[in-house]
Design a protein around this ligand. Structure first.
Ligand code: 5GP
Length: 190
């Protein structure tokens, strides 16, 4: 078992390797929350979660924040059940709130090519927020293909397909409290 695993979580039968253990994720989120608290002191933050992957991250991050926060969500199309990006981004669910004049912090699960986030930021910027920043839990090396202003970063992960902590494979594994890789047999079954 690697240094970043926290005990029994590696026992999930479909998981090949735990890349980031749950205690490690929670500790990093507390650090990032403290930074956000400092940066937004005296202001009110509108957290915009990108569904579905960011729902667990958003809940945990928000509970470590002390600045006043409001929540909204967007859903965009990404990988579907496959493990390759299409580069095509579609808004499946738009925000409920008007973000004009608001301090908006986009909360993303993972940035791979950066295409999804790039599109999203252009779209949100056009709505006139007074500030627009990004918190991404995970980032992959390909991200350098697009220059993205990610203000708060959790962890870098290698160029492998990961699941857990909100991230799915064919809608499963989102509820795992850690980030890991799947055994190859799992892909063969679907
Ligand atoms: P990008 O547009 O940056 O290439 O892809 C971003 C989206 O692709 C993420 O929001 C996420 O939905 C999906 N994605 C990218 N890498 C992974 C991965 O390793 N695992 C999972 N489950 N989804 C990923």
């Amino acid at each position: 078992m690697g240094a970043s695993t926290d005990g029994a979580e590696s026992l999930h039968p479909d998981i090949e390797q735990v890349l980031i253990g749950s205690a490690h994720i929670q500790a990093r989120l507390r650090e990032i929350a403290a930074e956000i608290d400092r940066d937004y002191a005296g202001r009110q933050v509108l957290l915009v979660g990108v569904l579905k992957g960011a729902f667990i991250l958003m809940a945990d991050l928000a509970r470590s924040l002390t600045v006043p926060v409001e929540f909204d969500f967007m859903a965009v199309s990404s990988y579907g059940s496959a493990t390759q990006t299409s580069g095509v981004v579609r808004i499946l669910k738009d925000l409920d709130l008007d973000i004009a004049g608001r301090d908006v912090l986009v909360v993303e699960d993972i940035v791979d090519s950066g295409l999804t986030l790039n599109y999203l930021l252009r779209n949100l910027r056009a709505r006139g927020p007074s500030s627009l920043e990004v918190m991404a839990l995970l980032s992959k090396p390909d991200q350098t293909r697009v220059d993205l202003p990610i203000r708060y970063q959790g962890f870098a992960v290698p160029n492998v397909f990961v699941v857990g902590y909100g991230l799915d494979y064919a809608e499963r594994y989102r509820n795992l409290s850690f980030v890991g890789t799947l055994r190859p047999e799992v892909y063969a079954q679907t």
